[in-house]
Design a protein. Sequence first.
Lengths: 118, 109
Amino acid sequence: EAQVTQNPRYLITVTGKKLTVTCSQNMNHEYMSWYRQDPGLGLRQIYYSMNVEVTDKGDVPEGYKVSRKEKRNFPLILESPSPNQTSLYFCASSPLPTSEGYSTDTQYFGPGTRLTVL
Amino acid sequence: KQEVTQIPAALSVPEGENLVLNCSFTDSAIYNLQWFRQDPGKGLTSLLLIQSSQREQTSGRLNASLDKSSGRSTLYIAASQPGDSATYLCAVTLNDMRFGAGTRLTVKP
């Protein structure tokens, strides 16, 4: 079954304690991205990756890091979490954009990780 | 900077009613527009994708239209069912994907 998995699904932590949220996809997609969803703001892109070892900032990258050492995995790292990073996080993947721009195929989303930073 | 707005923020209808969800965007230079469904505690599921050259897409009881020049899209749901209750998000794509805040739909039995 084609899917994007995220772990953990729920996490409560304290300010300053480093954490990693894992993301894995089994569709051999080149493009992967991380979003955060906050009430009234919709989804905002944090980071994205076009392929292995290629990552770039989205709209709200401050306080986050990512790595893409393998095609299937795209972990999100919070080196020193703060309460304003309390949010619902989604990982997504899709085929690489076409020459015209974005992929004509949809993005596949993980189930989400609800993070609370106290 | 592209901004996407969805109205209304919440909608409650009786079962069987036809309904329309609205999405507007400020920059007409887009490659495509997508409608997603989000259930509580779940990820997003793509419902319909409309390329910029298309005017509408249909899937079952769902019909999405796109008027790029006016920066508007509508999602029409026919004969609504309680199982349609969810949050519906629209997203436009150019170099990245921009989401609206969503419309929370409740269909009452």
